[in-house]
Design a protein around this ligand. Structure first.
Ligand code: FAD
Ligand code: NAP
Length: 520
């Protein structure tokens, strides 16, 4: 399906291509790069064949458009004519054709739900799916479904109320405060579980429990002050968001429901929500990698959970382009603390700038004070994987180091059972090693931590390990502190590195539960 990242990455001769069992990327013809596509969309050419009209598409109509030169696909209720895009799709024409003439939402979500197809394909938009009235009686009598999308007017409280396992919310007030209480009906929640964004009068609190998202989304009936607090009562699964009234008047209602208010839906079916963050600093870390610090807007509560990533979005020649990045701490020595508002307003990223890349040179061009949009977090690492752990092994290649930063900080600070943390860090040259001196200092300071650098293109002076990830390197490195010790091995790097590493670990008899690979 749609795929934004450059199809030619990694370069043809790169090790990153070796034995990739990952999603295939098909070589594109000359003149069919992402930039060429953006140019075509800006050319004014009629890409839908409808001369700018938008139509309502019935299922029967959609089915008819199932050929390469006449291919319509529905994503979240919107229908696109993707024929003009075929040759530009990095995943190849065949992958797009799998959804020809049908609803491709699930296929799209499986591969890259984060891709900003609305912007990429806006010139290919044919229209919306026509509403079909059929829906089971036990749901809601009057509800109509627009393939994958509820019509705006029917965005009500009903979905959540009818499911007894769904979270619910309530609110109460004093003279000066309004407290919104979310009952998640889950015990394993914390301050990471809720994301709050308040802009103008729109108030949005998204609670993520397991794979579901519960949304409170209202236009507040009265003005509130910029700062608010978020409290979590973990053992009863209750979240309290305490807002400060601007005026001490009594509110008759909390506000008016907005899109998807009080909905409880699988996380994979929710769109990614973005807020604009300001670049506050940018520091060189290596010759090509920088530490970016972004500041969240006021009236935002967002904590990216350990091991998760976000998407950064920038308009590039008029099209919104999105790429994933993993937040880190500002340094290896910032002790892991439960961040609490208002100090937790900064998000740090270690980002490698690829001179021939599409996104990172643009990011590098940003000036202090410029804005970049940051999404809600995503990812499948769960902090409980670290509970009662004794040995933590981290295998990182290049910027695959980024998820390891918070994982190792968290483990060293919060896991009393931990005996050792060992990082094997693969890079081309010594100059490419991110935070080398910090890693060495940490190893000196904390006897539980060890680091080993492996270089693929070392100079003749390098006396350390060299080469690529291999069974020999791994079996020597991955020594348990006891035969029965609880172990976790985390892997992250170029996709083929991660895939080869996984296979080697299975061959070395580590179980699935003992391995976590970071992927998109
Ligand atoms: P791309 O356009 O994708 O190009 C990347 C490379 O391919 C460059 O070397 C470029 O020169 C080469 N290339 C591009 N086109 C061609 C061509 N036609 N021929 C030959 N070579 C070509 N990265 C980080 O730095 N930090 C992170 O924290 C981070 N976290 C991530 C988290 C996740 C979950 C994932 C999946 C990836 C993460 N990445 C991270 C990688 C990041 O998302 C981008 O892939 C990366 O920044 C490259 O983006 P780009 O658009 O600049 O480069
Ligand atoms: P890099 O510098 O190109 O590579 C780092 C090291 O890994 C080099 O020694 C390199 O060797 C080696 N390597 C590359 N491909 C290999 C392979 N197939 N087998 C064995 N060794 C291999 O790395 P980078 O440019 O920083 O890229 C980092 C990658 O990590 C990107 O693909 C990024 O998308 C990914 N990443 C993923 C996440 C996530 O959460 N999923 C987070 C951050 C980064 P040679 O170059 O000498 O071949």
């Amino acid at each position: 399906m749609l795929n934004v990242p450059s199809q030619s990455f990694p370069g043809p001769s790169s090790q990153q291509r070796v034995a990739s069992g990952g999603r295939s990327k098909v070589p594109l013809k000359q003149g069919r790069s992402l930039m060429d596509w953006i140019r075509l969309t800006k050319s004014g050419k009629d890409l839908t064949g409808l001369k700018g009209r938008l139509i309502e598409v019935t299922e029967e109509e959609l089915k008819k458009h199932n050929k390469k030169d006449d291919c319509w696909i529905c994503i979240r209720g919107f229908v696109y004519n993707v024929s003009p895009y075929m040759e530009y799709h990095p995943g190849g024409e065949d992958e797009l054709m799998r959804a020809a003439g049908s609803d491709g939402t699930d296929l799209f979500d499986q591969v890259h739900r984060w891709v900003n197809y609305e912007s990429m394909l806006k010139e290919c938009l044919v229209g919306r799916m026509a509403m079909k009235p059929a829906l089971p009686k036990d749901y809601h009598e009057e509800k109509k479904v627009l393939n994958g999308m509820l019509p705006q007017s029917q965005v009500t409280d009903t979905l959540a109320k009818e499911d007894p396992s769904s979270p619910s919310y309530d609110w109460f007030q004093t003279d000066s405060l309004v407290t919104i209480v979310i009952y998640t009906k889950q015990k394993d929640i914390n301050l990471d579980s809720v994301i709050v964004d308040h802009r103008d009068d729109s108030f949005r609190a998204e609670t993520v429990t397991k794979d579901y998202s519960y949304l409170v989304h209202v236009a507040l009936s009265h003005e509130i002050q910029e700062d608010f607090s978020v409290l979590v009562v973990e053992n009863v699964g209750k979240i309290e968001i305490v807002l400060k009234k601007k005026e001490n008047t009594s509110w008759k209602c909390l506000g008016h429901p907005q899109e998807n208010h009080n909905s409880f839906i699988p996380k994979k079916d929710t769109g990614l929500f973005y807020r604009k963050c300001q670049l506050v600093s940018k520091e060189d870390v290596t010759h090509d990698t920088k530490l970016f610090c972004l500041m969240l807007p006021p009236s935002t509560h967002l904590q990216v959970p350990v091991g998760q990533h976000v998407y950064l979005k920038l308009p590039i020649t008029g099209t919104e382009i999105v790429k994933p990045y993993t937040p880190v701490s500002d340094s290896l020595f910032s002790e892991f603390k439960e961040p609490v508002l208002p100090n937790n307003i900064y998000i740090y990223f270690l980002i490698k700038i690829y001179p021939a890349g599409f996104f990172t040179p643009e990011l590098d061009q940003l000036q202090i004070g410029d804005y970049v949009s940051v999404s809600n977090p995503e990812g499948n690492f769960i902090i409980s994987q670290l509970q009662e752990l004794e040995d933590l092994f981290l295998l990182a290649a290049g910027t695959g180091f980024t998820p390891m930063v918070k994982v190792l900080n968290y483990a060293l600070t919060n896991i009393p059972s931990l005996r050792k943390v060992k990082l094997m860090f693969f890079n081309k040259t010594e100059d490419d090693i991110i935070w080398r001196s910090q890693l060495e200092k940490l190893a000196f300071k904390d006897k539980r931590f060890e680091v080993e650098f492996v270089l693929s293109v070392p100079t003749s002076e390098w006396s350390g390990k060299q080469g690529y990830i291999s069974p020999a390197l791994l079996s020597e490195f991955l020594k348990r502190s006891s035969d029965t010790s609880k172990v976790l091995i985390c892997l992250c790097g170029p996709t083929p590195f991660t895939e080869q590493g996984m296979k080697m670990l299975h061959d070395l008899n580590f179980s699935k539960d003992e391995i976590h690979s970071f992927t998109a």
